[in-house]
Design a protein around this ligand. Structure first.
Ligand code: AMP
Length: 201
């Protein structure tokens, strides 16, 4: 099962990704998490990506595509995986299509099953951000640099400009499943399950 989780920052992708991982037993591949780990370890990719990430901009398509290509070749992804935060541009979506097609030619059956779009009201996202930052501080942890309110608003704009075009792209492929992301966590999970159960293998 190969699934993409799409939605603006703060839509609840991380929370729902955890649910999908548990329920369907596929690994989560979050390019944001992988990049943050690279920044923390100061790898060459991390050093390149840090400034761009702090500003709320997108890391180059080639860098993230290389990360994903390497990761999906790992053994634990053989039975499928969940992409969280990738693709984020049309170019990345096309690169993913090519990667899966290449795998198909090598006789590995790899089809993108569904793209779950978590649809949320933009006004609610700022509220959710404030709650997330407060909870992080309450746990004694440092909030993400890109969760600063101005940067967050900029990330929303980047989503609208660069990532939202993926919605019609996947709609045309017949892969798009829209889920109302405004409800309680369990209600959103239940709606995701209703859309994904047909792909269970
Ligand atoms: P996220 O945790 O998914 O919100 O990602 C945090 C940051 O990592 C983003 O604001 C981007 O700077 C970078 N990033 C994560 N995934 C991608 C991607 N697919 N393409 C470009 N940049 C990305």
């Amino acid at each position: 099962m190969i699934i993409i989780l799409l939605g603006p920052p703060g839509a609840g992708k991380g929370t729902q990704a955890a649910h999908i991982v548990e329920k369907y037993g596929i690994p989560q591949l979050s390019t944001g998490d992988i990049l943050r780990a690279a920044v923390a370890e100061q790898t060459p990719v991390g050093i390149k990506a840090k400034e761009v990430m702090d500003l709320g901009d997108l890391v180059s398509d080639d860098i993230v595509a290389a990360i994903v290509e390497e990761r999906i070749d790992a053994e634990d992804c053989a039975g499928g995986f969940l992409l969280d935060g990738f693709p984020r541009t049309l170019a990345q979506a096309e690169m993913l299509d090519t990667m899966l097609l290449d795998d198909l030619m090598e006789k590995q059956e790899r089809n993108l099953d569904a793209v779950i779009e978590l649809r949320v009201d933009a006004d609610l996202l700022i509220e959710r951000l404030r709650t997330r930052v407060k909870e992080t501080v309450a746990r004694g942890e440092e909030p993400r640099k890109d969760d600063d309110e101005e940067t967050f608003k900029y990330r929303l704009k980047v989503y609208q400009d660069q990532t939202a075009p993926l919605i019609p792209y996947y709609e045309k492929q017949g892969k798009l499943k829209v889920v109302d992301g405004m409800g309680a966590v369990d209600a959103v999970s239940a709606e995701i399950d209703a859309k994904l159960d047909q792909f269970r293998r």
